[in-house]
Design a protein around this ligand. Structure first.
Ligand code: ADP
Ligand code: MG
Length: 627
């Protein structure tokens, strides 16, 4: 709620609308307490007094009634009718929409066709017809305005409900044995309330105008009772000779409707879930860079990270997601990055091509060199030319990386055509080739499938095919097999392995699974709390881990056929990256931790092919190198 108010207050116009509306509503509420003359007492001797004259601040109308008093009472009435109509329309419309959307099928059909029939009549005509049938009067005008707005709410809310009613959490509620009424009240309604509020905030202004319109035509409030519309209507004949009688209610209508609409727009922007998920603060095309100096190149690979640091700046907190990572990978080589969830693997991978969302992401230091050229802070055009072309990504969830509404063939062709010109026929032929290269059977017909028509393993292959589309030099695979079962995982690992041997691809493979690392990777880097704690040749690291964390991590892996043993879970949790401890981040959980571990920075020290960030390694790596 406070977040909502803050968002709203950030919108200046909405804030002003809110303030003006609050003042008007406040005045309307206290009108009976103010020392105003009776709004309905006529005094023909004093007709058409000008504004600011003695005893009548805003003048008088054609019957000598005090305009200020009539304005205040009229505003009160118009606001009450407008708000009441909006609440009635929203309640009935939302109820209809939710029921139609939730039950679907025939219920939906019958209800919505009825709503459509209401919608088929021009709006004002329908309101006029309703008032004509019911007879003129303010109450009937209210009913008419509410009735003509019901279809708008019903349609809107039905659309939202249909989407929600098929979501998994609604299925879960059904499985839990909840009644329909309870599901509607506790699962559906909370999700549509923001939409109802948005629809209401943007239509109240209209409803006040419509009520005023009916009163203007003499169908709403009846004389002598004043509302803004009837005041305008009665002043019509004196528009030229005594314009102030029209201007006073006219300006008030303008002020109210403007204020409501500005506030309504603000409410919509602040409440709309689609806008909240980032549309108000659009991420930049490339991650923000704010680094003090450029480190010297150390690695010699095709892709080399030097002391890369990426942080998230959220309000006054700094999350050091990546705290100085140095890596390099050569053509034809596969480098594994392994670590617990939250250790900064994905952020490292995304930083390479400037894909970390900014705000809040900022690259605060280090360099990313592709073929020796630094990409941190490179112009967007340069990054764009490399993304997907020279450096391609494979992500964990192929269903969310593929567009649900396009055929996979078209998506593959698009991946190619965003980097080079290609005819439709060539694009198609290429797409078939790609699907074949990732061993998808019947590639010729599969190319016309939609993502939802494929299994998870198949979709992940499409993801790999897409990464291969432009024959990249480097592929960064972020847990590409985590969501797959082991047989499909084995096939995909074999596929990646073949591809790197055939095409000389450099692969950065992110995972939390030592089995996968053992199968695929030449070298492995172990990450903890945003830093590399151990790096070395895969076989050596697995056989003789040197950092206590690596050792504990490997001890957690169950061994097939190794007999039953106690799995040594690591006690405690990884540290929060916004409050990293001084010194070694693992010290809290390490059974060998000494005061020196917490005293200060522990450096990553190279011992031959191995590098370790520990002052008291499990065993001296030197002896191992000497073996
Ligand atoms: P993983 O190793 O599981 O891939 P990530 O690289 O996704 O981990 O995340 C690394 C750290 O960065 C985590 O501690 C996470 O909480 C933090 N982080 C990621 N995205 C954001 C964000 N938008 N704002 C703040 N912190 C973030
Ligand atoms: Mg991740």
């Amino acid at each position: 709620m406070t977040a909502f108010l803050k968002l709203l207050a950030r919108n200046r116009l909405a804030l002003w609308g809110g303030v003006v509306l609050a003042v008007v509503i406040f005045l309307a509420l206290i009108t009976p307490l103010l020392p105003l003359p009776d709004p309905d007492v006529t005094n023909t001797a004093d007709r058409f007094k000008k504004p600011f004259s003695e005893g009548a601040f805003l003048g008088t109308d054609h019957l000598g009634r005090d305009l200020l008093s009539r304005l205040m009472w009229g505003t009160r009435l118009s606001l009450a009718v407008g708000f009441a109509a909006a609440i009635i329309a929203a309640t009935i419309g939302a109820a209809i929409g939710i029921i139609a959307g939730y039950y679907g099928g025939r219920t939906d059909n019958v209800i919505m066709r009825g709503v459509d029939m209401l919608m088929a009549f021009p709006y004002i005509l329908l309101a006029l017809a309703i008032v004509a049938a019911l007879g003129p009067g303010l109450m009937n005008a209210l009913i008419a305005v509410a009735a003509v707005n019901v279809p708008f709410f019903a349609r809107n809310i039905r659309g939202i409900t249909v989407g929600i009613a098929n979501k998994e959490f609604v299925d879960a509620a059904r499985l839990a044995g909840m009644s329909d009424a309870r599901i509607i009240l506790t699962e559906i309604l909370p999700n549509v309330v923001p939409v109802i509020v948005i629809a209401m905030s943007t239509t109240i202004g209209w409803m006040i105008l419509e009520t005023a319109g009916l009163s203007f035509l003499g169908l709403g409030s009846q004389p002598p009772q004043a509302d803004l519309g009837s005041m305008l209507g009665e002043a019509r004949s004196a528009l030229i000779t005594n314009p102030h009688t029209s201007i006073v209610p006219g300006v008030m209508i303008l002020i109210i409707v403007m204020a409501i609409n500005l506030l309504g727009d603000g409410v919509r922007d602040a409440l709309d879930p689609r806008l909240k998920s980032g549309a108000l603060s659009r991420p930049m095309p490339a991650t923000l860079v704010d680094r003090k100096h450029v480190p010297k190149p150390t690695g010699d690979g095709i892709l080399a990270l030097d002391d890369l640091q990426t942080q998230f700046h959220v309000k006054d907190r700094v999350y050091k997601a990546v705290g100085g990572v140095t890596l390099s990978v050569r053509p034809g080589e596969c480098l594994g990055i392994i670590g617990e969830s939250g250790s900064g693997k994905s952020v490292t991978a995304l930083s390479v091509m400037g894909l970390v969302a900014s705000p809040p992401g900022v690259i605060t230091g280090g360099a990313v060199r592709f073929e020796g050229e630094d990409l941190v802070g490179a112009p967007y055009e340069k990054l764009r030319a490399l993304r997907g072309n020279k450096v391609a990504y494979i992500f964990q969830d192929p269903l969310s990386t593929l567009h649900p509404l396009y055929r996979v063939g078209d998506q593959l062709a698009e991946a190619i055509s965003s980097h080079r010109r290609i005819s439709r026929a060539d694009g198609r032929a290429n797409a078939i080739e790609l699907l074949k290269s990732v061993r998808i059977p019947n590639a010729e017909s599969r190319i016309d499938s939609y993502p939802h028509e494929m299994s998870g393993g198949m979709r992940q292959r499409v993801g790999i095919a897409m990464a291969l589309a432009n024959d990249p030099d480097v592929i960064i695979a972020d847990e590409p097999t985590t969501a797959l079962d082991v047989t499909v995982q084995a096939q995909i690992l074999a596929l990646l392995n073949d591809l790197r041997r055939e095409r000389g691809l450099a692969i950065v493979f992110i995972t939390h699974d030592f089995g996968v690392v053992a199968q695929l990777c030449d070298r492995v880097a172990v990450m903890y709390a945003g830093r590399i704690v151990e790096e070395g040749v895969t076989g050596e690291v697995l056989a003789a881990p040197v950092h206590p964390y690596t050792k504990r991590l490997i001890d957690c892996v169950p061994e097939l056929g190794g007999g039953r043993r106690v799995l040594a879970a690591i006690p405690g949790l990884p540290p929060m990256v916004d409050q990293l401890p001084e010194g070694c981040a693992f010290a809290e959980r390490c059974d060998k931790a000494a005061p020196a571990c917490r005293a200060g920075e522990v450096a990553l020290v190279a011992h031959g092919t191995r590098a370790v960030r520990c002052i008291d390694p499990e065993r001296a790596p030197r002896t191992e190198a000497a073996q």
